[in-house]
Design a protein around this ligand. Sequence first.
Ligand SMILES: [Zn+2]
Length: 336
Amino acid sequence: MTRNISWLTLILFFIIITNLLYSCTSSDEKTKQIKKEEIAIKIPFFNADSAYYFVKKQTDFGARVPGSKAHAECAAWLKNELLDCTPHVIVQEFKTRVYSGDVYSGKNIIASFYPESKARIMLCAHWDSRPFADHDPDPAKRKEPVMGANDGASGVGVLLELARILKNNSPFAGIDIIFFDLEDYGPPQDSQNEGANEHWGLGSQYWSGNPHVSDYKARFVILLDMVGAKDAKFRKEGFSMYYAPDKVKKVWDIAAGLGYQDYFLNETGGYINDDHYFINEIRKVPAIDIIHLDQNSSNGSFFEYWHTTGDTFDKIDKETLQVVGDVVTKVVFAEK
Ligand SMILES: [Zn+2]
């Protein structure tokens, strides 16, 4: 009897423990599920119509070539747009010598969100237009400026919409948005200096040596360049893979999770001398470039109208802006 009672007790004990364990596991699962849903709900909606409008607005000023009226007017507009979203806006003015020896004034336009947050993510794009369309198929047009609807304005348009989102939504990390000036003043292709890295990315070189906050650090930097053409192809750029392969993986994984594998291709592209290179080299912050890389285009590297007079607003595709906007928004708001 004692033995029987003991067996019975053991069986009962086993049933109770199993049930308890089961209910614990299942409530843990439920909590995880709810947390997942909460995270999903907290990713705000990126409005591509708004980004599209911001791209158009920049091109309406004309080509934003340093020293031009369009450049000055666009700088003032960008500052005001950012001030609508955060009080923490800095216009970093600098002087720099371009490849020809001429000295130009530049403006890096910087907006900070939640500056008290130590964990930071930096997002950037260049806002200047290239002064000459040196890759235009028509030799007669190669001294004309590039409108830069895609090469410049597209990245800025996406980030202006993100600034609007950040006005009302606070991610875990503080965010710095920087619009770099004088990225695209590198020597023309027939120049002796062609290919010299130091003549490109003059705004990001200046900022990297003179950040707006002393000893500025961020978890990572995402640069957007040429992110608005129809059926854009974002291949994994060489310097991004060299300096920050884990950040490339993070962004490409998020893109794949959103179903955007046809844009964010699981392929490597060439090494591009862009603003992120100087941020990696000089500022030593891991920086990646989301850039349209297409070896099948007529220029063999970038989107079809790169550095031509054809880089105009009609080449901008709202769907591509949506894809890039969704990915960057999710990267920012999923960060813990
Ligand atoms: Zn360019």
